[in-house]
Design a protein around this ligand. Sequence first.
Ligand code: PRX
Length: 652
Amino acid sequence: MSQPTISDLANEDRLFPPPPAFQAAALASDNSLYREADADHEAFWARQARELITWSSDFHTTLEWELPDARWFVGGTLNVSENCLDRHVAAGKGTKVAFHWEGEPGDTRTITYADLLDEVSRFANVLKDLGVEKGDRVAIYMPMIPELPVALLACTRIGAAHSVIFGGFSPDSIVDRVNDGECKLVITADGGFRRGAPSPLKPNVDEALASCPSVTGVVVVRRTDTEVTMVEGRDHWYHELVGSASPECPPEPMDSEDLLFLLYTSGTTAKPKGIMHTTGGYLTQVAFTHKYVFDLKPETDVYWCSADVGWITGHSYIVYGPLANGATSVLYEGTPDTPGKDRLWDIVERYGVTQLYTAPTAIRMFMKWGAEEPEKHDLSSLRLLGTVGEPINPEAWIWYHTHIGGGRCPIVDTWWQTETGGHMITPLPGVTALKPGSATFPLPGIGVELVDDHGQPIERGGGYLTLTLPWPSMLRGIWGDPQRYFDTYWSTYPGRYFAGDGAKIDDDGYLWLLGRVDDVMNVSGHRISTTEVESALVDHPAVAEAAVVGASDDLTGQAIVGYVIVVNTAEPSDELVEEIRQHVAHKIGPTARPKRVIIVPDLPKTRSGKIMRRLLRDVAEGRDLGDTTTLADPTVVDAIRSSAAEGPGSGR
Ligand code: PRX
């Protein structure tokens, strides 16, 4: 039986063409890249690979594709650290700044490309001395300090694969990842600074390593100067080893398809998947996208991606894309509200940041803190803004555009995944007219189609997002589990990669992401996306943030339950709850009106800022909670429970 695909409820018709001055100076200002890629997708990527990357030996075949296995730039050899460092220094750019680093306490370091090459080469020699060989895996569990990109690059220099574990993860998460990857070495620090205080890391490694038999050594960077236990024969201080190491370490030529890194995605319930990325294709796509999506002018720009290197965003758009392109970037250790809620804007002003790339969840937090924070600073250096990680609601988009971008900066809303390695659906800022909340179009060289339940392409309305062409930075598998790789991504719609996201396409062909399909709600047979209802909720002036879930309902199958955080000036009351419910009905239609709206103090989020709707469903359906270990703040669920039982909207 044919089932309806996802409903298309919201309508947004504001249009922002590229500002003429921006377009006139942009690297891409017309459709030529799209036309070139449409004419020959492989030739397009081959040109990018040869222009943006330096190969030790050229590839002979652009693509070998046997679903689900892709091999890009076959026969080519290259070294990633050489592409990120040596070639820039050789071109006379050794004194160019690679990173303006700022620690949370306010300490700073300026690191040039020559400095970075020196330190990476020394540390690569240290890794070799500690027995790390080409093909080994190295776990990295560090704060956002310069030694973090150094560690990644040192691995690539000798052909070891890194597996970065986000610094907010627990010892159990370290154990799972280190053991799955059979890592030989762990690189960590005593701690890092967060919210004005040292936050320890090494004790978590010590606890984890009791259960990690593959690890033979640990290298510890001194950052917070807190007391740590050093295990004799296993643990080494970074500064002691690097200081005495040779700065000469020839880069190891790697095959284009050699493993570059593993990065674990946690899925919502099952065991984390070790996503595998390889060398030549990954570097090509991140360099291409970093250059054209951010319109990078490496001579004059100061680019800043405020993500953590522990996520794919940091791998691709703090480390590899920017360094491959010879960019100058900002790297910041801490939180955005330390010491004040204007920390980011202070950094933008002091370094003259030109491109800022951040997450919608952060933007909504900045909205809640108020426009007076950015107004304390001169943000006129900014010329482009970006977002990543979740759909951005039009209201937050407009706020970002107005209060951060001064109305003059294009916003690139970039849709992609850990699995895709690099941007997939996003505007080109000098070409694409923007619609607030839409990631717009697939990039040149990327094939996207929406399909219905039968896998048939749809040209208008809501459906499932699939990718129709292999792309250079695509994942090459799940570490140790080829069957799970095929089943998860390639089996739902034969011949296509299924991203797990819903999306809709409007009359002008713009794509609008609708969230994970697992979260889609089914109300009386209408499939309604969480994204559209959440966006309608935050459109109400009293609502700062919202999350909705479908909870089982005898009458309608599922009923929509909305959890909202209200702005400081709003008085929570049953009347306000009713007004908010009606606002959704008015904005996107009565089928989408939440059955309940509950005012809560906070929402359960992962450390990367994604809302854990599964937990909200548990609360809505009165169940015991599932796994809460990936929550940034585990106490929020209790607060939500008591609001659901007693607060406005509880119907008590
Ligand atoms: O649901 C989509 C959402 O984030 C998912 C990928 O998450 P992760 O692997 O952690 O990578 C995040 C950084 C790329 C996607 O399946 N997502 C990411 N970017 C967007 C987005 N949803 C809507 N719009 C985006 N721009």
